[in-house]
Design a protein around this ligand. Structure first.
Ligand code: MN
Length: 415
């Protein structure tokens, strides 16, 4: 496959990718879009020009919308052929290549568009599915000998998070305030968090509504997943530590979570499937699965202080996940909880075995005991005002690269 649109070999957005997003074009109108290299393609206009004809069930211009929800609700029967059709249209020798007028109308440079939230997030759940992360946290806060709680290897632990405060990359946010109490204090105090952290995560987006009482099996689960994004689960550790007993994360998490603007389909990730880590002890029947359900996705986190230089602080990989997405969705629905189009399910912090692969400052600095040294000579235990965190991710096999782009945001002073 070779595209007539030129792009660098290192581009995340090769002809093998075909991501989906939503953008404002020239500050004038909003539409769903895709991207090749550094060209953004307005899908609503492409549809109007009849380039997406012949796909059954695609009877309306669902791309003329503020979110991808209507498009992804059509399911894989439509989203898969649309992606295929776009690959054909962008290939050398296509009809579109010769249609100068269409290219002029539908193709935009990066600086002519602003990316928006790709979906309306109906519900948000955060899992805790990296065994390395759960073990690190257990060692720090509980018993180093029994770091994992007894349930951890039997079910994908998770909690229901806040959907309304999930924002797209580039939206900076104010340091949250809240109630905290250090171990040596007798009473709690109020103020800006002193322990602001990031969490390196990925999230998947669901493409169907199910009825209450219905369950999705591990076999069916991937058919209900449209695609994935990069996810930063910003966390205020001091607020979290004081509030979380006994019901789990609350205001220490709900102030903001950031996602990358491009949704990468499971079809684009097909080539990068790998086996999951072995699960021992054996899981219950409803969590058993066949085939390779994990993905080899290289992940990098960098920190850039205000006016300072960038430092790479973590390199990890999605393939380390102990629980896969099919198991997460099967578990989520086993009690009859219904799915909604646009639901977002985050992985939990993705840490690996190496210290350099730990996916949060909490782990990288071992709860502040070992501060990180940055390239500009300063140190960090937790994030400071003006710090920007960027997460990038990509898959690479032989010459084929499929990437996620970036999710970044900067911390503004407390309001
Ligand atoms: Mn998290």
């Amino acid at each position: 496959m070779k595209s007539f649109i030129e792009y660098q070999k290192e581009s995340d957005f090769s002809i093998h990718n075909i991501p989906f997003g939503v953008a404002i074009f020239k500050n004038e109108y909003i539409a769903c879009c895709t991207r090749i290299g550094d060209q953004i393609i307005d899908l609503a206009s492409l549809y109007e020009l009849s380039y997406l004809e012949g796909i059954e069930e695609l009877e309306e211009n669902v791309f003329e919308a503020y979110t991808l929800n209507d498009f992804i609700e059509l399911g894989k029967e439509v989203t898969v052929p649309v992606r295929k059709k776009l690959q054909e249209l962008f290939s050398e020798g296509s009809l579109l290549e010769k249609d100068e007028k269409a290219i002029e109308n539908c193709f935009f440079e990066l600086d002519e568009v602003e990316m928006l939230m790709p979906v309306h997030v109906s519900n948000y759940t955060d899992f805790y599915s990296s065994i390395e992360h759960a073990t690190n946290v257990g060692k720090m806060f509980r018993d180093p000998e029994n770091a994992l709680l007894p349930n951890w290897k039997h079910l994908p632990v998770g909690y229901h998070g806040r959907a309304s405060s999930i924002v797209v990359s580039g939206m900076d946010f104010h340091r949250p305030k809240g109630q905290t109490k250090a171990a040596n204090e007798v009473a709690p105090s109020f103020g800006p968090t002193k322990q602001l952290d990031f969490e390196l995560e990925m999230a998947f987006i669901v493409n169907k509504n199910t009825a209450l009482g219905e369950s999705v099996t591990t076999q069916e689960a991937e058919n209900a997943i449209f695609g994935m994004v990069l996810f930063n689960d910003w966390s205020a550790r001091d607020i979290q530590a004081w509030e979380y007993v006994p019901l789990g994360p609350f205001l220490g998490k709900s102030f903001c979570s950031s996602i990358s603007p491009w949704v990468i389909t499971l079809e684009a990730l097909e080539l990068f499937r790998v086996a999951s880590p072995k699960q021992e002890p054996e899981v219950l029947d409803y969590l058993k699965f066949d085939g390779e359900k994990n993905f080899d996705i290289n992940l990098t986190v960098s920190l850039t202080p205000e006016k300072g230089e960038e430092t790479i602080i973590c390199q990890s990989n999605f393939k380390y996940m102990y629980w896969n997405m099919a198991q997460q969705l099967a578990h989520h629905t086993i009690n009859g909880c219904n799915l909604e189009v646009g639901d977002m399910y985050a992985s939990g912090t993705i840490s690996g075995k190496e210290e350099s692969s730990f996916g949060s400052l909490l782990e990288l600095t071992w709860r502040g005991e070992k501060p990180l040294r940055l390239n500009d000579g300063t140190e960090r235990k937790f994030l400071e005002d003006g710090d920007q965190i960027s997460i990038t991710g990509y898959c690479l096999k032989e010459d084929i690269r499929v990437g996620f782009g970036e999710v970044k945001a900067k911390i503004l002073p407390s309001k």
